[in-house]
Design a protein around this ligand. Structure first.
Ligand code: FAD
Ligand code: SIN
Length: 538
């Protein structure tokens, strides 16, 4: 039995929840499908805050130019201006929903500073901004009575052209979205959902790297399924590495927010000397790509496994009050940030590219919208300005609502029969073990060969491994009974392929893509469209 809604939203981070809240408010039936518990998302872990012009000494044009400078010549200026201009209003909506941004003693909002910003403009709730936003949005969703189906893993989109390719009779000629297949993780059954409009809000891809700030949900599912549905994906080479995550001997990487440097903390090399002044005029508050590259270079030069973050300038009293989450986490690792240097290393953090979208969040596929980290709007260019991501997500969700409501009005209810999922029955446990080894191999290959500094040879080496893995997975996937680990591995391999494909196409160094083979920037900046393998589908 298929389920039917006016709107389906895939993902329950800031983008998906904001979209769902508004279409529900407009009186439509909406269902959020999310692959784990509803709060589990990148959003929930955001620390630094949300960038918006809210103080008298700041202005929109300054936020625009900071964004464009960080984006290293590749931002779409019209998009930047549209998103940045909408920021104050969207932030005010969050306040109305109950997000209690931190205030100074005199009652004004506390504004954080982060890399690349020439003004204090980052609204925050101490260092747990994302959690506060997630909770407020989930409260709003609950009050509005929106259906949220947790532990539903969306596998693939159903489109008219896919059905036609299978020989089914679908009215019309154009390609449009019809619905999706989702694995009900608890029952193990794949269920069919129908809706005319669907929003991908599935977040990022950090888990394709061995070291990342991202939680386990960040496996690039939305990018992979959009690509499989024939929707253009772009600029995937721009993976942002956050300069400062807590170094430990495990693979886990806890973020030490850039706002710590905004309050005065400085980076030091293994001998205790500051070094960022040698790399950029904004020193420790240079754009993130510059800082991550500088740390990488310092680590390579010294052979040390990390550099140090000296947070003493923040002040022993101020630090625990301003950064309680970072403070407690460091203490749990035996480091007191008030008196000890914090060992830090870069880790994969944010996807700058993604599903190509227009300024109303629509994609090339009728009925499909994408917003948040999964989407590529042109805001970030070659490198995202800190704290512009939560901002982009709420603004683009709002713009998407307008466009999707119009689409619903003008389009006809579609009664095309949606075929049931073709379930395989193969559940070979030996093969599963091999697949999990494959996942480790993939993450290591991406970390080693597709990291902060690249070369064509290393990228080609990564590509050869990815293609081997893709072949193995495809052979197995066809007959397999699907589960979350298989589906995620398949998506991760696809995303890895997209990243490497775009990286190989970019014959220059710009923003987050730095290659020793093409160290200069080209005169005319261009976006890169992904063109790698397509994976067969059931
Ligand atoms: P997410 O919040 O990641 O939500 C994605 C949702 O999709 C999740 O609910 C997930 O379960 C679901 N999902 C994914 N795949 C599927 C599937 N196949 N089926 C069903 N559901 C699926 N940005 C800032 O602007 N400021 C900050 O201070 C900041 N700090 C950060 C700190 C950390 C540690 C991290 C990791 C990121 C930070 N970022 C920050 C980036 C920012 O948090 C994210 O870009 C943003 O939250 C993305 O929101 P989203 O709604 O697009 O996706
Ligand atoms: C941070 O707090 O340093 C992360 C901010 C961001 O990713 O925008």
């Amino acid at each position: 039995m298929e389920q039917r809604y006016d709107f389906i939203v895939v993902g329950s981070g800031i983008a998906g929840l904001s979209f769902a809240l508004k279409v529900a408010h407009a009186g439509h039936s909406v269902c959020i499908l999310t692959k784990k518990d509803r709060a589990e998302s990148n959003t929930n872990y955001a620390q630094g805050g949300i960038a918006a012009v809210t103080s008298k000494g700041d202005d929109i044009e300054r936020h625009v130019s900071d964004t464009m400078r960080a984006g290293d010549g590749l931002c779409d200026e019209e998009v930047v201006r549209a998103i940045v201009s909408a920021a104050p209003e969207r932030v005010e909506e969050l306040v109305q929903l109950g997000v209690d941004f931190t205030r100074l003693e005199d009652g004004r909002r506390s504004l954080g500073k982060e890399g690349g910003h020439t003004k204090r403009r980052v609204l925050h709730v101490k260092d747990v901004t994302g959690k506060a936003i997630e909770e407020a949005l989930l409260d709003g969703i609950a009050k509005q009575g929106v259906t949220v189906l947790e532990h539903f893993f969306v596998i693939d989109l159903i489109t008219s052209s896919k059905l036609r390719r299978r020989g089914l009779d679908v009215p019309g000629k154009e390609d449009r979205l019809l619905g999706l297949y989702a694995l009900n993780v608890k029952s193990g059954e794949v269920e069919t959902f129908r809706s005319q409009a669907l929003v991908l809000a599935t977040g990022g891809v950090g888990r394709v790297y061995q070291y990342t700030t991202n939680p386990s949900i960040a496996t690039g599912d939305g990018v992979a399924m959009a690509y499989r549905a024939g929707v253009p994906v772009m600029n995937m080479e721009f993976v942002q590495f956050h300069p400062t995550t807590l170094y430990t001997k495990t693979d886990e990487r806890f973020l030490i927010t850039e706002a710590v440097r905004g309050e005065g903390a400085v980076l030091r090399d293994e001998s205790g000397n500051t070094f960022m002044g040698r790399y950029h005029e904004q020193a420790d508050l240079a754009p993130r790509d510059v800082v991550a590259r500088a740390i990488d270079q310092e680590m390579k030069r010294s052979g040390a496994p990390h550099v140090w973050l000296d947070a003493s300038p923040v002040g022993a009293e101020h630090f625990p009050e301003r950064f309680p989450n970072v403070h407690q986490t460091c203490l749990r690792h035996g480091i007191d940030p008030r008196s000890d240097f914090i060992p830090v290393v870069p880790a994969a953090h944010y996807l700058g590219g993604g599903v190509q979208t227009n300024i109303d969040s629509s994609t090339s596929l009728r009925g499909l919208y994408a917003c948040g980290e999964v989407a590529c709007t042109g805001l970030h260019g070659a490198n995202r300005l800190a704290s512009n991501s939560l901002l982009e997500a709420i603004v683009m969700a709002d713009k998407g609502v307008g466009a999707a409501l119009d689409y619903l009005k003008e389009s006809q209810e579609d009664e095309t029969e949606l075929p049931e999922w073709a379930e395989g029955d193969l559940s070979d446990s030996d093969e599963r073990v091999v697949l999990s080894h494959n996942l480790d191999e993939l993450k290591r290959a991406l970390w080693d060969y597709v990291g902060i500094v690249r070369t064509t040879k290393r990228l080609e080496r990564a590509q050869a491994r990815i293609h081997n893995l893709a072949r193995e997975i495809n052979e197995y996937y066809w007959d397999a009974k699907v589960d979350v680990s298989l589906l995620e591995l398949r998506n991760l391999v696809q995303v890895a392929d997209l990243i490497v494909d775009c990286a190989l196409q970019r014959k220059e160094s710009r923003g987050l893509h730095y290659t020793l083979d093409f160290p200069e920037r080209l005169d005319v900046p261009e976006n890169v469209m992904a063109t790698p393998l397509t994976f067969p589908e059931k």
